[in-house]
Design a protein around this ligand. Structure first.
Ligand code: ATP
Ligand code: MG
Length: 348
């Protein structure tokens, strides 16, 4: 076992989708099962979800158990990983409050992910202050657990950079108590930013362009059938483009050579399939059928496990309660060190 500590999480703004799965969730399960890490914390970021859903508490509330079910269905195990709910750890708010003094407004304004999200959510000039400052609260989440490894999708890189800056300032001004984290992206580049079914944006709960891990076999099939492909590939004989073609992007993320043996023995690998499509003579419906076989095979066991677990929601909340108690203790220790370093532990 090494001394690495992992923290990562998701906003309970919807059930989890394929982007989460390839971008972060699958990796977390592998890291967890490797048994090499000192601690793994998985956070359901409900307080962060409220920063752009203040008037939609029911959405956030009801998705806490949905996200937890997705976690367990994918193989996260509360015996090995601490799974907790952000709002139940008040120390995170206190840490954020002190970190806010270490970040300028203009620095937050430069954050490209926040800029993009402001546009996606149509905030224009009415940006909630909490939303604007969520990169600071993310720094609190990461540093409270002294996490040095944060497995995330590409959109999170600016957040980790912001955290690193806060850690450096804090350690320099007060005392070296905080740990600088490192983002870990999926090895496959496509997986670090999986596009949505529309092909235009990243797959995102807030955009409704998702295949969810809990979708039925039928829903998955319908969604794949309605996917965009190459708009210049009108007739089967026409040469097609595989780049910027969401169906091929999903194949890049999910397809392995074994899938050809199992579902489409005419080809040996994705390279051969792409070459045929580019030459012309290969119809979109056949490629979609293949993608459907692959995704069904990948998602079936997850869905079945999820269905088995969802009958006992109280057990899910019990698990989250225990995880949150555990997390609170760790965060309280860090907060204590932080206040001591700042010299605001007046009464010992
Ligand atoms: P929301 O629309 O509410 O922001 P989301 O779909 O972006 O939801 P988050 O909960 O914000 O999901 O992200 C959780 C984790 O999943 C982060 O590490 C993020 O980088 C990763 N992730 C989200 N969407 C994708 C995607 N399309 N491809 C790869 N990784 C993703
Ligand atoms: Mg997001």
């Amino acid at each position: 076992m090494n001394s690495d500590i992992i923290l990562t999480g998701d906003r309970p703004t919807g059930r989890l989708h394929l982007g989460h799965y390839v971008g972060s969730l699958k990796r977390r399960v592998e890291l967890q099962n490797s048994g090499k890490y000192k601690k793994i914390y998985i956070m359901i970021a409900d307080a962060q979800a409220l920063t752009d859903n203040a008037d939609n508490i029911n959405k956030v509330r009801s998705n806490i158990s949905e996200v937890a079910l997705d976690y367990l269905a994918c193989g996260l195990n509360p015996e090995k990983s601490t799974i907790f709910v952000q709002s139940q750890i008040p120390q995170l708010c206190e840490l954020s409050f002190y970190y806010m003094n270490l970040v300028t407004v203009s620095r937050l304004q430069r954050n490209p992910t926040v800029k993009n999200e402001i546009q996606m959510r149509g905030f224009k000039q009415s940006i909630p202050v909490g939303f604007f400052t969520y990169p600071i609260s993310q720094a609190a989440d990461i540093t409270a657990f002294k996490a040095n490894i944060v497995p995330v999708g590409e959109d999170q890189l600016p957040m980790i950079e912001q955290t690193r800056e806060i850690v450096r300032s804090f350690n320099q001004i007060y005392a070296p108590v905080l740990v600088e984290p490192k983002a870990v992206l999926p090895e496959n580049e496509t997986c670090s930013r999986l596009p949505g079914l529309d092909g235009a944006n990243k797959m995102s709960k807030s955009l409704g362009n998702c295949i969810y891990l809990s979708d039925s076999a039928d829903e998955i099939k319908k969604k794949i059938q309605s996917m965009f492909t190459d708009p210049t590939h009108l007739r089967v004989e026409d040469p097609g483009h595989t780049e910027n073609n969401p169906v091929f992007i999903y194949l890049d993320a999910f397809c392995r050579d074994e899938h050809f043996k199992e579902f489409w023995p005419e080809y040996d690998n994705l390279g051969e399939l792409k070459a045929h499509y580019q030459r012309g003579g290969l119809g979109d419906s056949k490629v979609k059928k293949f993608l459907n076989e692959i995704l069904q095979a990948e998602l079936r066991p997850i869905r079945e496990k999820r269905e088995a677990l969802q009958g006992d929601v109280p057990a899910i909340f019990e698990m989250l309660k225990k995880g949150s108690e555990n997390a609170r203790e760790v965060a309280a220790n860090t907060l204590h060190e932080v206040k001591k370093a700042m010299g605001i532990d007046y009464f010992g």
